[in-house]
Design a binder for this molecule. Sequence first.
Ligand code: BGC
Length: 253
Amino acid sequence: MSEPTTGLGIDIGGSGIKGAPVDLDSGEFLRDRLKILTPEEAGPQVIADIVAQIVDHFPEAAGAPVGITFPGVVQGGTVHTAANLHGAWVGTDARALFGEAVGRPVRVLNDADAAALAETRYGAAEGVGGTVLLTTLGTGIGTALVVDGRLVPNTEFGHLEIDGHDAETRASSGAKERDGLSYHEWAKKRLTRYYRTIEDLVWPDLIVVGGGVSRKSDKFLPLLEIRTPIVPARLRNTAGIVGAALAATQDLA
Ligand code: BGC
């Protein structure tokens, strides 16, 4: 059977749940995405109902494989951590829950891993060999490791303990906002410390920076004092959806 050319990607985040049908040849949306705000304190069933609503919104993708990102560790479809979402997620079989809600098999994977798949196929890491580390800077810090084009899933380097703190609580863009830091302060102090630690542990050949703030990358990437080449993600805020759609076609294990 030939590979499907359309996938439906859904990206679950702390502030919004977004989905769109994706042309898997180009990595572009086939229609405008639909975004529904994540309700406060939303547990699994509430989110599953929103996911079903998003799937129903795109009848043209009725036969397409569905991929769904989650902002935590997902192994074999089961959620193991949910640092910035409701604790009730931990231990939930998300693949079964979402599969039942949408009426077809789904693939569920970590959000940063999905972004890395998209950047590797269509973006800043396309054709790059060696070790690529993708980091997403948002409410938390998501990380993904790609070695010679192959994803090593569920790395959680956003939670490295640095100077006695969970790194994402100091270096994420959420922490920048919370502490009222300028780009200069954030880059020179928090981000440089973060990326220096991780480059000493992982020795990547390239770092790709995603998340909403990567749109402003010219304001902070040039200020970093690190040795590893570092570039902004190319897909920006579509990477999660595109990577989810792509993952859905890869295998449903
Ligand atoms: C989670 C990661 C996730 C990242 C970005 C972190 O708090 O532990 O799994 O990728 O946030 O959403």
